[in-house]
Ligand binder design. Sequence first.
Ligand SMILES: [Zn+2]
Length: 409
Amino acid sequence: MFDKSNKLLIASMFLLFCFTSCKTQEEKAAEIHNHAFTIDTHVDTPYHLLDKDFNISEYHAYKRGGSRVDFPRMKKGGLDGIFFAAFTSQRERTAENIQIAREKADELIDSIYTVCDRYSELAEVALNVADGYRLENEGKRAIYIGLENGFPIGTEISEVERYFKKGVRYITLCHTSNNDICDSSTDRHGAEFDGLSKFGEEVVKEMNRLGILIDVSHISDSSFYDVIKLSTSPVIASHSCARAICDNPRNLSDEMLKALAENGGVIQMCILDDYVRAPDKNSERYKKEMELRERYRKMGKMTKEEEQKIWAEWKQLQIDYPKDKPTVADAVDHIDHIIKVIGIDHVGIGTDFDGGGGLKDCADVSQMMNITIEFLNRGYSREDIHKIWGGNFMRVFKQVEDLAEKVKA
Ligand SMILES: [Zn+2]
């Protein structure tokens, strides 16, 4: 016969066993996910902020409005921090167009401050690593600001510091075409500088000095290697995948991944379908999308109405020709590959939600837990998951901050 204390011991051992093994995979994932500092380093949500009818403090069903990020959905998806990209598309590099881009970027940045002030109980603009962790403890979303495309800088080096003072903490050096800073990976006319321009070299040094993360997503391979060679701080690819898994110039080759790891940087896996899985170029959807992109590219200065019209057409295209989206498992194949090539310390997540990002089973920010469930299904440890969801990126961000401090001191 057991005495009372033995019974108690057996009962508590059973409880402990249940705690560790009776939980569902979803519960285990939620427990790990909710203890991590989680950050998504690239979304294009600020364009929605310019829409008077969009209220970021309200929960939106993705299937109805099409938007993929708002504060309540971030909370549901267990996402603590996010980089809102102030994105401007590349136009002909005239003084007038640069001025227009500058005003647009400023308007987008100002709109981020406006909503964070208005809904200060839900979110705050974050300016450094410490802010992110503080806001996580306060149960608020940390909203960081990135500048996607250095086009608004033009050739004015003082603009880099002006954007830093406005709260910009990374700059994606270029977008789909070459600019005054560097060559793009997707410019239809090919290379112009064979990497960074002379001015681009100045920009890299200035970003190092100030402590702005250098984002190598979108830039050409030569630009990438120039940046790696020149930058005294580790760099990030805020939203890119592995080229070995999906052959797209926007993705990083294994050689680039190795150079990035050597530099101490981090690649943030993007979940935009074309970067995750190569598209079917014969589909009706692909042709319609190309038509729209072509028309958009040809337009010069757009009025607000034209901008809204093209945005509405884009949204309609998603409804009329829904894409056969890749899945979370397809996306995590990229992370598996990156880890195989460069280890666990140089990878994170940057979805590109509201800029084309989204998977069949992770359509919006509320479903981010599905990525963690996939990690668990593949045997990733708690420590691995914490590194991917934010640990790695925040380490790089801190190094960039510290190196800038040294320069300032
Ligand atoms: Zn992008």
